[in-house]
Write a protein that binds this ligand. Sequence first.
Ligand code: AHR
Length: 321
Amino acid sequence: MTLKKRSLLTAAVALAFTSALPLTAMAQKKIVLGFSQVGAESEWRTANTESIKASAKEAGIELKFSDAQQKQENQIKAIRAFIAQKVDVIAFSPVVESGWDTVLLEAKAAKIPVVLTDRSVNSKDTSLYVSFMGSDFTEEGRKAGRWLVDKMKGTTGDVNIVELQGTVGSAPAIDRKKGFEEVIKADPRFKIIRSQTGDFTRAKGKEVMEAFLKAEGKKINVLYAHNDDMAIGAIQAIEEAGMKPAKDITIISIDAVKGAFEAMIAGKLNVSVECSPLLGPQLMSATKDIVAGKSVPKRIVTEEGIFPMEVAAKEFPKRKY
Ligand code: AHR
């Protein structure tokens, strides 16, 4: 075969191959998921980020990850960038509940499905997102309240509670407060004497607890913290004030991260209500289903427990976050 004939043949084979390529390439095209994370404010959040990154890798999904540093404007910018990049699915954990309609309408107009993970939005138009997966925060608040009511059975006198709230306007802060109050209001002995945000961080939890102790001192019987990190910060403040956490002040928190188990084993935290951050596998399977045109449930609720200090040592080795 002459050199000319051979190169003609090579070109013909190459042409046949590339004309078959679009189909093959389409079948193998990686799903692209844009994910806007709240930030890195807590041990819970770090575990959530790890779960999402690891499961995307395992599922063979290309993840575009953006950290909003607890700012709604950064999340809106990230979502707009995902729309411009024409990702297949957008997922995000909204830092606060309100103010999402405009950007969600933009995603809808671009025909990009949106999945809410961990926290929800309060948009009236629920067609703006395909699914919301995460905990029932109101129920978590109720569990905390029920545990306290049960612990105080048989005691007399007022139960003075200080509350460390999560980020102002966030779904977990709103719902955990609501659920807890719903339970304790049945008995007028239970009084929330101070309530302030600690923004879900250890540093803020410590700072606000210091202020509570300064204002109320020994009057405080109970601390209800909307997450473990704030409780851990507050424990430090209580110790620095010369008091014994979990003895002089009963401490209830939410998340059940490893740090909380360590505090319970050390006898410094009474109970932690579970809130699982391991949402990655669910999100990846929903993403695949959505891209495949399958329907996904509108609400996927995470199943969770509650861990008092008495079971902490036994449960600790089983904890995954
Ligand atoms: O939205 C879940 C909450 O956010 C967790 O309870 C808290 O630790 C986190 O920062």
